[in-house]
Ligand binder design. Sequence first.
Ligand code: G3P
Ligand code: CA
Length: 328
Amino acid sequence: MMRHILIAAFLGLLTACATPPAVPTPQDVIVIAHRGASGERPEHTLEAYRLAIAQGADFIEPDLVMSSDGVLMARHDPWLSDSTDIAARPEFAGRKRTLTGPEGETLTDWWAFDFTAAELKTLRAKQVRDGRSKSYDGLYEIPTFDEIIALATREGAARGRVVGLYPETKWPTEHTAAGLDMAGALVAALTAAGLDGADAPVFIQSFEPEILKTLSRRIETPLVQLVYPEGWQPGAPANIPLAEIATYAQGAGPYKSLLMGPETGAPTGYAAEAKALGLSVHTWTFRDDDKPAWAATPEDEIRAALAAGATGIFTDFPATGVRATQVP
Ligand code: G3P
Ligand code: CA
């Protein structure tokens, strides 16, 4: 497998990027396992990441939250009822509470940062999306970020290739309000693993610019700003301009409709503008069980993203991503 060489070439391109190619060829593109192979296993479990690696993903993506005792753990959301069995645990019944989220929404639930890592470890993960197998529900723990780093290192070594990490900081402002230093914990974990250099096979992503700006002063690891159409309105510009992103990050992570017309899959010009600023373009999220009508197959949708200039794709089905990005 040549993917480790390709990743190194990609990272070299990212840092050099004086003359990025106008259109990436498939071998320049990275496949990011979105929440692991989350189409086939409960998301953000070691088993979901392990399957993604076996399927050939270049990077595995842990979304990160923190426990009350400061441990980074993999969950898409800090609330726990959607992705774990906490609602069925009588010992935690009295610990539900109401919080306001980043967009002003209120939610009554159990919150990761109210529980110790040891308590979170007693929970078991479950499938979050309708229409997917629930046969693995109740089997797997919530992994810590350290366990995920160890898995990527171990599995990569066993396969003779590099398995990259693509952590996302979730709800950093709310973690700060809870007295938790997400940036500090992330820097400490990556530094301890020797993954704090500009050439490390790691991208750190966030929807919140402030934590990326903080990280840009504390670590050399490439940073990716996640963006979406303003107000989630079709055709609206991105919520953060590319020129601003280029002042503190090395990549943009656009929702796919910024890159391709949602009704046609035609390029919008977004990626070309990003590349002119020296930014990589990693777009999300591709799902075999949720493709647009204009694409005949899930692979077609991914290939349209490449044609629109994506240099990386997040997918719940890494085997499909690998197939779609292979050189013919
Ligand atoms: O991180 C890329 C993409 O995963 C952002 O969306 O909500 O799945 O974390 P989300
Ligand atoms: Ca994510």
